[in-house]
Design a protein around this ligand. Structure first.
Ligand code: NAD
Ligand code: DAU
Length: 356
C-alpha cells in the first residue's frame, strides 16, 4: 500500500483515519480529496498538514475530470472512500445532496478506479484496493433482540441510509461485473475527537457545557452500538491489509446503549469534571424530550464476529474509557469547538431545535 486516495479526509472519521494511516504506514503517500462542506474542516488535520507524504486537494468526488486527473497524476493503488453527506436529520430536510454525493460521487470514483486499474481486461492488479466505508444503517432497524450480520437484508429507512445502500450496491456490482478489487465495511455509530456537534454525543457535550437544553428525541430509548473512532480506523486498516476482495465486514463495538443513558452519562461526567451548573443544579436538569425524528430507527447492534475471527481485529477502547477521552478532548480544544460553532451551525441549530 503506497499511494492512497482518501476521500472526505477532513471530516470526523476521515481525519482520524488520515492521522492513523500516516502514523501506521511510514512508506505511504496519501492524497486527501475533500470538498470542505460544512462538515469538513482543515483544522482537523492541522497537525499533519506539513507532512511531506501528504497532499490536500479541495474538490468534489462528483467531478469526474478532477478524479481521473488525480488517478493519473498520483497512480493510486488504494482508495479509502469516506466522503459522504452523513447526518440523518439533514437527509430528511434536504435529501438532494445525499443522492448526489453518496450515490453519484461513489459512482464517479468507481468509474475512475475502473478506468485506471482495469484499462483493457478484467485482470485485477493484486495490490489495488477500493475500500468503501459504509454504515450499519443500511440494514434498517432491529427489534428488542438480534444483531446485524453481513447477510442481513438491506432495509434502509432514511434518505441517508437509502443513499448509502445504493452506493453499497454499486460497489458490489463493480466487483462482480468488472472484477474491481473492492472491500466494504459497515460500521456502527462512532464517537470521539473531531466529531461535528450536530451528532448526538458532541451536541450533548457542547450544550451541557454551555448550560443549554439537551434535546432527546422521542422516549430516549432508541439504541445505538457505539465504537470509538480510532478503533473504527484501525478496523479499516486491518480490512485493507487482510480483507478478502469482494467481501463486506461489519464493524462494531458491542456497546449497545439507549440514547438517554448516553445523555445522562455525559451530564454526570461533566458535573464531576467541571462542577454543577451556575444554578447549582446537575446537568441532567437540562434534558428535554422533544418531537421524534421521522422514521427513527429503534435499535442498531452489530455482530462483528467476521472481522474479529477472520482478520483478528478487536476494539481496544471500552465505552467507559472512550467517553472520558472524548469529553477530555472537547474540554481541551475549546478553539476547535468555537471554530465549528459558526454562523451556519447556529442557523442549522435554530432550524432544528428553535431557541432552546
Ligand atoms: P462527516 O460528515 O464528518 O465528513 C464527511 C466529509 O466528506 C467532510 O469532510 C466533507 O467535506 C466531505 N465531503 C462531503 N461531500 C463531499 C463531496 N461531494 N466531495 C468531496 N468531499 C465531500 O462524516 P463521517 O461521520 O466522518 O463519516 C464518514 C463516512 O463514514 C461516511 O461515508 C459515513 O456514511 C460513514 N459512517 C459514519 C459513521 C458515524 O458514526 N459517523 C458510522 C458508520 C459509517
Ligand atoms: O449507525 C451509524 C450511523 O450513525 C452513521 O451512518 C451516521 O453517519 C451517523 O450520523 C450516525 O447516525 P445516527 O442517526 O445514529 O446518529 P445521531 O448522532 O444523529 O443520533 C444518534 C441517536 O441519538 C439517534 O437515535 C437519534 C438521537 N438524537 C440525535 C440528536 C442529534 C437525539 O435524541 N437528539 C439529538 O439532538
Amino acid at each position: 500500500m503506497k499511494n492512497i486516495l482518501v476521500t472526505g479526509g477532513c471530516g470526523f472519521i476521515g481525519s482520524n483515519f488520515v492521522r492513523l494511516a500516516l502514523k501506521s504506514l511510514p512508506d505511504c503517500r496519501l492524497v486527501n480529496l475533500d470538498k470542505l462542506t460544512y462538515a469538513g474542516n482543515l483544522k482537523n488535520l492541522a497537525d499533519i498538514e506539513d507532512d511531506a507524504r501528504y497532499r490536500f486537494v479541495k474538490g468534489d468526488i462528483c467531478d469526474a475530470q478532477l478524479v481521473e486527473k488525480l488517478f493519473s497524476e498520483e497512480q493510486f493503488d488504494t482508495v479509502v472512500h469516506f466522503a459522504a453527506e452523513s447526518h440523518v436529520d439533514r437527509s430528511i430536510s434536504g435529501p438532494a445532496e445525499f443522492i448526489q454525493t453518496n450515490i453519484v460521487g461513489t459512482f464517479t470514483l468507481l468509474e475512475a478506479a475502473r478506468k485506471a486499474w482495469l484499462p483493457s481486461s478484467p485482470l485485477t492488479p493484486s495490490s489495488s484496493r477500493f475500500l468503501h466505508v459504509s454504515t450499519d444503517e443500511v440494514y434498517g432497524s432491529l427489534g428488542e433482540t438480534g444483531l446485524f450480520t453481513e447477510n442481513t437484508a438491506y432495509d434502509p429507512r432514511s434518505p441517508y441510509s437509502a443513499s448509502k445502500a445504493s452506493s453499497d450496491h454499486l460497489v458490489s456490482s463493480y466487483f462482480h461485473t468488472y472484477g474491481l478489487p473492492t472491500l466494504m465495511t459497515n460500521c456502527s455509530n462512532n464517537y470521539g475527537p473531531y466529531h461535528f456537534p450536530e451528532k448526538l454525543i458532541p451536541l450533548i457535550i457542547n450544550n451541557a457545557l454551555q448550560g443549554k437544553e439537551l434535546p432527546v428525541y422521542g422516549d430516549g430509548k432508541n439504541v445505538r452500538d457505539w465504537l470509538y473512532v480510532v478503533d473504527h480506523c484501525e478496523a479499516i486498516l486491518t480490512v485493507l491489509q487482510k480483507g478478502q476482495l469482494g467481501q463486506t465486514y461489519n464493524i462494531g463495538g458491542n456497546n449497545e446503549k439507549q440514547n438517554i443513558e448516553i445523555v445522562e452519562t455525559v451530564c454526570d461526567i461533566l458535573d464531576r469534571k467541571v462542577g454543577l451548573l451556575d444554578s447549582e443544579e446537575p446537568r441532567r436538569s437540562l434534558i428535554r424530550f422533544v418531537t421524534d425524528r421521522p422514521g427513527h430507527d429503534r435499535r442498531y447492534a452489530i455482530d462483528a464476529s467476521k472481522v474479529r475471527l477472520e482478520l483478528g481485529w478487536e476494539p481496544s477502547v471500552t465505552f467507559d474509557e472512550g467517553i472520558l477521552k472524548t469529553i477530555d478532548w472537547y474540554l481541551e480544544n475549546p478553539d476547535w469547538v468555537a471554530g465549528v460553532l459558526d454562523g451556519s451551525y447556529q442557523e442549522y441549530y435554530a432550524k432544528m431545535y428553535g431557541d432552546r
